[in-house]
Design a protein around this ligand. Structure first.
Ligand code: COA
Ligand code: AMP
Length: 631
């Protein structure tokens, strides 16, 4: 039996023994009463009864083990021309001081803190400072509009919001403070304090009584010690797109999360303490949480906070420059980044300019890795290119080629096999298990391994409804796909209204909710169309209200602005077509899947429940006017 098979079998047959052993990689103030509390399925709790602190494990303990002078964080910002390094000792001091700042503002164990920040070290410091106090952080991605921030403020009810004065996004200067003020104006909940980190390129006005200056507070703060928390206490909430405008507040606990991420660093990514590991993502996404901050720091690696893009900052050699300059062993990014580089540097001329002798693996995730991009990356890099599949909900990979266990043969288009801990199956809609090559719902048999979501914040009922009720005994991933005869997983895409734009997860339902509020719009449908660079892009079809007098171009411009202002530029909503009616079933359900197939030039079967088949001809003509299908 291969090493992978043996380890996988142990992980699903004896999960308590398996994860109990993995938990030796974490320092505990008190060990668990039970490795897995499975007394109230589908709510499973790992390491029940144990006490620990995530910040202690990610920072302080490394000082006691000879890493005080090792670099913990490299901040590399081509947009501000800055490179700054922080040793573990320096990081500990900064985190302890900022934890003291938060404590001074009354933040304590169990309180929530929103962090709305660009890719600067202070974002990591704020996250770790929350973890140090046992406060629950909720990081909000900078590309979301004020309205999205307001939704998260109302749901998580933060005592304090931590932000920065602004950021350089590509070549644009973005001011965060006006967005924050607007969000607080929209929200019903008002935080007691806002702590603002002033950056040199833009000064934020501290124009409310609640506004405080990070540096001034830090100058007088008493460093705070790590507060023991229960392994099952929440470390963070990360909101992610669901099928409506109300995002899901994914909860991550402390103990299981630390055990799983620490285990994954060595077993999936093949890195150990002292290695330089770089996830080129953003702290606002789950990849940023798990693999810019917690995973590498728990393992004692050096992590990189990169404030730049794969192209244009300044050129498509940006990634190679960072890898070469900092001795990166593993790069983790989204396929979109590679498609962007490929477009600007198809022959890899920039790549050849750098010494990349430390670079061992490229890991990709966030969206499907199309075989073209895979082959191009292989041809250029001459290193393993590893696709792996996961979700905000799981917090770490469900399927991967685990480089630290055994390198399996790669099948392009597949993220390889289930990671130890995840018992993946394919079920049809009635819950029947399907055989090799039969496409259906990808599910994971319960219990999920440590580090995955124990519930949704303040909403156990929605957690059950969203993930656990359709297939009792299984976690529903909402991805469709199949397994082959060797157990390789092929993920074909979401089966719900979630789309993936440049590796970012967005909800078409949320876009529809925004568009439907336009006074001229009677009804609308938004769906994802295939895009060569960003994977998917949204297209909206709208039906006007009877008698609505509206210039079509003006309407389209209005809708673009509305989605930008209410969801954010990151939604990339640009295309609208006005149609006379939408195709529906006889019971009134809009046939989004059929429209998506038409736009993408895919074959589709005429739905037997369609109300009027001629609507599809009209939709085909409207999409053709927009230029669909593209190829
Ligand atoms: N703050 C504010 N605005 C942001 C933002 C942020 N943090 N991130 C993106 N935006 C804006 C962009 O400026 C752009 O605005 P525009 O419509 O005014 O031009 C819009 O949101 C869309 O951004 P993006 O999808 O990033 O497109 P782009 O054309 O600027 O860049 C790529 C294209 C491919 C280079 C870029 O999408 C990329 O780097 N992708 C990799 C994604 C990734 O790492 N994902 C992480 C998952 S692992
Ligand atoms: P997010 O929660 O933002 O990480 O997005 C999760 C979704 O992205 C998954 O449900 C998939 O649809 C998609 N996804 C992530 N990684 C992959 C991958 N390697 N292959 C295919 N789809 C992926």
């Amino acid at each position: 039996m291969g090493r992978y098979k043996e380890i996988f079998a142990k992980s699903v047959e004896e999960p308590e023994a398996f994860w109990g052993k993995a938990a030796e990689g974490i320092d505990w103030y008190k060990t668990w009463d039970k490795v897995l509390d499975d007394s109230t399925p589908p709510f499973y709790r790992w390491f029940a009864g144990a006490e620990m602190n995530t910040c202690y494990n990610a920072v302080d303990r490394h000082l006691e083990r000879g890493r005080a002078d090792q670099v913990a964080i490299i901040y590399d910002s081509p947009v501000t021309n800055t490179i700054q390094k922080f040793t573990y000792q320096e990081l500990r001091d900064l985190v302890a001081t900022f934890a003291g700042v938060l404590k001074g503002q009354g933040v304590k164990k169990g309180d929530t803190v929103i962090i709305y920040m660009p890719m600067i070290p202070q974002a990591a410091i704020a996250m770790l400072a929350c973890a140090r106090l046992g406060a629950i952080h909720s990081v909000v991605f900078g590309g979301f509009a004020a309205n999205e921030l307001a939704i998260r403020i109302d749901h998580s009810q933060p005592k304090v919001i931590v932000t920065a004065s602004g950021a350089v996004e590509g070549k644009k200067l973005i001011e965060y403070k006006p967005l924050l003020d607007k969000a607080i104006e929209i929200a019903k909940h008002t935080p007691e304090k806002c702590i603002i980190y002033q950056r040199p390129m833009v000064k934020a006005p501290l124009n409310h009584e609640r506004d405080l200056d990070w540096e001034k507070l830090a100058a007088d703060a008493e460093p705070a010690e790590c507060v023991p928390v229960k392994a099952t206490d929440p470390l963070y909430i990360l909101y992610t797109s669901g099928t409506t405008g109300m995002p899901k507040g994914v909860v991550r606990d402390n103990g299981g999360h630390a055990v799983a991420l620490n285990w994954s660093m060595e077993n999936i990514y093949d890195v150990r303490g002292g290695d330089v590991y770089w996830a080129a993502s953003d702290v606002g996404w789950v990849v940023g949480h798990s693999y810019i901050i917690y995973g590498p720091l728990l393992r004692g690696c050096t992590t990189i906070i990169y404030e730049g893009k794969p192209i244009g900052t300044p050129d498509p050699g940006a990634f190679w420059r960072v890898i070469s300059q900092h001795g990166v062993k593993v790069l983790f990014t989204a396929p979109t980044a590679f498609r962007a580089i490929k477009k600007e540097d198809p022959d890899g001329a920039y790549f050849k300019e750098y010494d990349l002798s430390d670079f061992k693996y490229l890991f990709l995730a966030g969206e499907r890795l199309d075989p073209d991009t895979y082959h191009w990356a292989c041809k250029m890099l001459h290193r393993p290119v590893i696709d792996h599949w996961w979700q905000t909900e799981t917090g770490w990979a469900i399927a991967a080629n685990c480089m630290g266990i055994e390198q399996m043969p790669i099948k392009p288009g597949s993220p390889t096999v289930a990671v130890p801990g995840y018992d993946v199956c394919i079920l049809d809609d009635s819950g029947k298990e399907l055989g090799p090559h039969e496409e259906g719902n990808v599910v994971v048999k319960l219990p999920l391994p440590p580090g995955t979501l124990p519930t949704l914040y303040k909403d156990d009922e929605k957690f059950q409804r969203s993930y656990m009720s359709k297939f009792p005994g299984y976690y529903e991933t909402s991805d469709g796909g199949y397994l082959d005869e060797d157990g390789y997983i092929f993920v074909m895409g979401r089966v719900d209204d979630v789309i993936n734009i440049a590796g970012h997860r967005l909800s078409t339902g949320a876009m529809e909710e925004v568009i439907a509020t336009h006074p001229s719009v009677a009804e609308c449908a938004v769906f994802g169309t295939d895009d060569q660079l960003k994977g998917q892009l949204p297209v909206g079809l709208v039906v006007l209200k009877a008698g609505a007098v509206q210039d079509p171009d003006e309407l389209k411009t209005d809708l673009v602005k509305m989605v930008r202002n209410q969801i954010g530029p990151i939604a990339c909503y640009k295309e609208t077509s006005i149609v006379a009616r939408l195709p529906k079933t006889r019971s009134g359900k809009i046939l989004r899947g059929t429209m998506r197939a038409i736009a993408n030039g895919k074959e589709y079967r005429m739905p037997s429940t369609i109300d009027d088949p001629t609507t599809l001809d009209e939709i085909t003509a409207s999409l053709k006017e927009l230029g669909y299908p593209k190829r």
